[in-house]
Design a protein around this ligand. Structure first.
Ligand SMILES: Nc1ncnc2c1ncn2[C@@H]1O[C@H](COP(=O)(O)OP(=O)(O)OP(=O)(O)O)[C@@H](O)[C@H]1O
Length: 646
């Protein structure tokens, strides 16, 4: 069959001459287009084998614009142009044509150029096909290699490098905040050399704290489809602070290709490639990626499965030899090694030896009380009492006498004098659990005690000096409570000197197997049963579950399973199928806002109440109890504009 050529040429005479010449040489002509639009229509009707392309055409679009579309459709093209302007030539060259003929040319030159184009196209197709097959094969072998998750990710990265080049790669769920499988970044440092960059390394290189990094947006709002951004387009999407912008600024990156992988559980996982060249990525590469996407998805799925199995096997080995699950020194009874938990340990070891008040924040069941205990045990007060008060459990009047004690006859029913928790905790630690529930009238009294370091028993006249360290905890969003008038701002500042944020279990899934074994040992011992393990199937189910009730929920489910298990292995676990929307208490939004976000929201809400007034009596600065100029600079820093206040 004759090879079919589309001629894109706006000069009638030249186009007809070309038609004649090509038909005589044995080619078929699918049409003659005078503009890019016309050419597109003709290509849609009948895909040509080649396109002969003039650069300047009728209409605004040039042959160079059309060339980009041809590359996506993988149609080879040869430029025919009288224009030898260097800028135009460079732009044409960047589209990687299969040939370029400067008008006027000889008939022979045209036919040779078409021959060469045919040869190059056939070879590039073959080479591409070969490369894709190689990458697929390589991906398969990576799964069976004995290597860590990171090493395997690096192997995938190098396999991709020969396919779609990059100078920096971020790979993972939301790339760096790794909930279970660690998101990893790789910086290319040599031909076949890479430096692995985790969150800690990124903090060191950028000089930013872990909190600041964690608060940044992931590199991309995970896209459904592969997308690329070169040069200016890339810098345009990097305007807002985000990890992507941080990567770009830190490693001088100028283009980016995002390749999302659709995993079976539909969790977004992506390969984010970055290059220092401003024009590294093309639509053709997106196509190439789409062709290997399925293999990549299978590889990642298999690797994840391997990780779960290995975690279970190693725990089984550990519990068999030691009979218990290991915990970090100084943090006895706190199981887990996820980087999020280790980060909490770092914070605790900093603050524990001091007398600073600590505010522990986290969803219900994340281990706030355990952490409070731990802080006490790591402090110089450890030989003194650790006293707990649950502020949600009692009505206001009773909490007051619980906290400060009362004198005999202070109120009806006060038959004896009673020592309150503050006095009992003297020289030790007072743990105020669910402090967000404390009634407003008591908040004033608590604040006074914290400032004066002395209490008065209910119905008493004397003041009593107390030396108590306060650790408070809440699963509430305290900034929101402050904003809505249920929690005093001054008390909030007083308590929030050193916040410790406990991650939800779903954000540190890698700790699930260890916790499950820990509770299995604990409850099988209690029940006088000899259990040796948890089946892989159950572990897999646990890893996939969202754990709205966090560790407490996990603990209860394991306790129940231990009691129900007949053999020596937990083979079944009934996990709730309808999950509640996860999140902090009161069914609030799943995502816990950062302190900065809350501060921003709070300031906006106050400004709204004052119709945007900053200065003067009853205006925002006065309500917020800050200097109007400080408020102005805060608004600037937080990007609060007038239009938000209407
Ligand atoms: N890291 C951990 N390792 C082992 N057990 C833990 C861990 N964290 C919490 N637990 C256990 O999980 C259960 C819930 O923990 P804890 O009561 O400390 O949570 P909490 O955040 O204070 O909950 P709430 O907000 O409902 O008061 C407890 O039985 C605790 O012993």
């Amino acid at each position: 069959m004759k090879e079919q050529i589309l001629i894109v040429e706006d000069q009638f005479v030249e186009a007809e001459y070309l038609r004649l010449l090509l038909e005589q040489a044995g080619y078929g002509i699918t049409g003659i287009a005078r503009s890019v639009l016309q050419a597109q229509e003709m290509i849609r009707d009948k895909k040509p084998d080649f396109v002969l392309l003039d650069i300047f055409l009728k209409g605004k679009q040039t042959g160079i614009d059309l060339a980009k579309l041809l590359a996506v459709d993988n149609i080879p093209f040869v430029y025919l142009s009288a224009n030898s302007n260097e800028e135009v030539l460079n732009a044409a060259k960047a589209t990687q044509p299969y040939g370029f003929l400067v008008k006027p040319f000889r008939e022979k030159d045209l036919l040779v150029a078409l021959e060469i184009a045919r040869y190059r196209h056939a070879h590039s197709l073959e080479a591409r096909y070969r490369k894709e097959t190689e990458v697929r094969k390589l991906l398969k072998t990576i799964v069976s290699e004995t290597a860590t998750w990171t090493e395997k990710l690096l192997r995938i990265a190098t396999a991709l490098q020969s396919f779609i080049p990059f100078d920096f790669l971020a790979v993972g769920f939301d790339n760096i905040r790794d909930p279970f499988f660690k998101g990893r970044c790789f910086l290319r440092t040599g031909f076949d050399e890479y430096q692995m960059i985790g969150l800690h390394e990124l903090a060191t290189i950028t000089g930013k704290s872990m909190e600041v990094l964690m608060a940044l947006q992931p590199p991309n709002p995970v896209e459904e489809m592969a997308a690329f951004y070169n040069g200016v387009a890339f810098h345009n999407i990097c305007r807002q602070p985000s990890l992507r912008k941080l990567f770009a600024d830190t490693f001088q990156l100028h283009s980016h290709l995002e390749m999302p992988i659709k995993l079976m559980d539909r969790k977004p996982f992506s390969f984010c490639l970055f290059s220092r060249r401003p024009d590294a990525y093309t639509a053709e590469q997106v196509e190439q990626f789409e062709r290997i996407q399925f293999s990549l998805m299978q590889t990642i799925e298999n690797l994840m499965q391997e990780e779960i199995d290995e975690a279970a096997r190693s725990l089984q080995r550990e519990t068999k030899t030691t009979g218990r699950t290991k915990t970090e020194e100084g943090f006895e009874g706190i199981v887990g090694k996820s980087h999020l938990l280790l980060n909490v340990f770092d914070h605790i070891s900093q603050v524990a030896p001091t007398d600073t008040s600590v505010l522990i924040l986290g969803e219900s069941g994340t281990g706030k009380e355990k952490i409070a205990n731990c802080i006490h045990n790591l402090s110089s007060r450890k030989e003194k009492p650790f006293v707990k008060l649950n502020c949600a459990a009692l009505p206001a009047t009773l909490i007051e006498s619980e906290l400060f004690g009362h004198e005999k006859g202070a109120f009806t029913g006060a038959l004896d004098k009673r020592i309150g928790k503050f006095e009992r905790a003297d020289k030790g630690t007072l743990f105020l659990d669910e402090v967000g529930e404390m009634p407003l009238e008591l908040q004033v009294k608590l604040l006074r005690v914290l400032q004066e370091k002395e209490i008065e028993r209910v119905g008493g006249r004397d003041t009593i000096k107390v030396d108590v360290r306060i650790i408070a905890a809440t699963n509430k969003n305290l900034e929101k409570e402050v904003a809505e008038g249920r929690f005093r701002l001054d008390l909030y500042y007083r308590l929030n000197i050193f916040p410790v944020i406990l991650p939800a279990l779903r954000d540190r899934r890698e700790d699930i197997p260890a916790l499950a074994y820990y509770f299995m040992n604990q409850y099988s011992h209690k029940a006088g049963k000899k259990l040796s393990g948890i089946s892989e199937n159950v572990l897999r189910k646990m890893m996939a579950y969202n754990w709205p009730g966090n560790i407490r929920e996990l603990e209860h489910l394991i306790e129940r399973s231990v009691l129900l298990t007949k053999g020596t292995v937990i083979e079944d676990m009934l996990l709730p199928t309808v999950e509640k929307k996860s999140g902090i208490a009161d069914g609030e939004d799943a995502a816990m806002k950062t302190i900065v976000e809350n501060e921003r929201d709070y300031i906006i809400s106050v400004l709204k109440k004052c119709n945007g007034r900053i200065w003067g009596p009853g205006a925002a600065a006065e309500i917020l109890n800050i200097n109007p100029s400080t408020l102005k600079s805060k608004m600037k820093k937080l990007g609060i504009k007038k239009e938000y206040i209407k």
